[in-house]
Design a protein around this ligand. Sequence first.
Ligand code: UDX
Length: 433
Amino acid sequence: MRLTVFGLGYLGLTHAVCMAELGHEVLGVEVDEAKVARLQAGDVPFYEPGLADLLTKHLDTGLLVISTSYRQAAEWGDVFFIAVGTPQKKGESAADLRYVEAVVDNLAPLVDRDVLVLGKSTVPVGTCAKLVERVRARSQGADIEIAWNPEFLREGFAIEDTLQPDRIVLGRRPSGRAEALTRELYADILRHDTPFILTDPETAELVKVSANAFLATKISFINAIAEVCEAVGADVRAVADAIGYDARIGRRYLNAGIGFGGGCLPKDIRAFMARAGELGASEALTFLREVDNVNMRRRTRMVDVVRGACHGSLLGVNVGILGAAFKPDSDDVRDSPALNVAGQLQLQGASVTVYDPKAIENSKAIFPTLSYAASADDACENADVVMVLTEWPEFVRIDPDDLSALVRTKTIVDGRLCLDRQRWSGCGWTYLT
Ligand code: UDX
């Protein structure tokens, strides 16, 4: 099939490349000309395992073409994906839909035949219905059907999650062609008995935000339990392991630590609360405020732990921070708990040096005043406290004895509960969480 994907960020680029991998002819449209030039040269502007290879492969096969032109897009094919960002509005909790709206506003007047628009971006419930009205007001007589097909990909596993998804969800009005076209589009995936949930657009929109709200709640749940464990000296990792054996609970996504960050969970739970408020159902989601609070408290607490280890003052203290990305296998520092903690420590007088295998450049753009090191060893030199704030495998593997000779004081703060406490303590380190 001939498909167009609007927006070549994380979601859109992965989707475009994966659709080419499925054998479709894909036009990726991106308004940022500098980004288009990089992508056309096979250069992915962010780190995602395997994506650059697949991009180059399909630029070569010719199945993927990248452009800035809406006119070219309007003529390309009959299915259009919206994969642009829906960031948090400045100074508000709600989602900013201007990029989604711009796609349909620009596309609708150019389309001269019956087409299907499939929304993939995470949007507040009711957005699809509003876009239908918007398109009706702008189209030149063509029947432009809009349906929602949310995406659940995780950074670091984006290709796998797109090509072998847990499920495919389609929210559409039954009268249209969305179901038939979507089945054709994903035929290779559906052949493997992937669950296909066919529903209305409102439900599909809610599936996505509910999934993210549940995941955020799961993390904040175990972090709330961690607070109680800390008060009594209990081991939250053992609690998570033990409750995780109950299949109804499950051990995945139950890792306590400095909490969740990234471009999705924090903004999505806030937008969900804001939307529930607009719908007169704000009480239903007040617990998400607490989920957000627990999550933010983890960051403040990390700073308190370091201050406590330094006898109550951070002034002049050297802190070596390992990890800046919001999670391993990513260079994404959007709302990164690690960088947030680094920034807070510096504001309170500590001298902070950060190392991350992939995220240094992005970190510099947000926090230019922090010091950055070229290796974990460099970051830890003369440190009074070493902190692991993103669980990259290379940090988990560090030999405490190797680090001992570099630091001023052997204090390690394990912000992701990813280190072997016994091992570090056995090598004479003060191990803190
Ligand atoms: C998330 C959802 O998982 C995905 O389905 C959705 O499409 C987009 O948002 P992503 O942001 O890539 O994906 O990251 P994810 O792996 O979910 O991690 C989010 C944050 O939670 C990270 O900061 C991570 O470190 C943290 N986390 C995750 C925990 O603190 N504990 C856990 O047990 C799991």
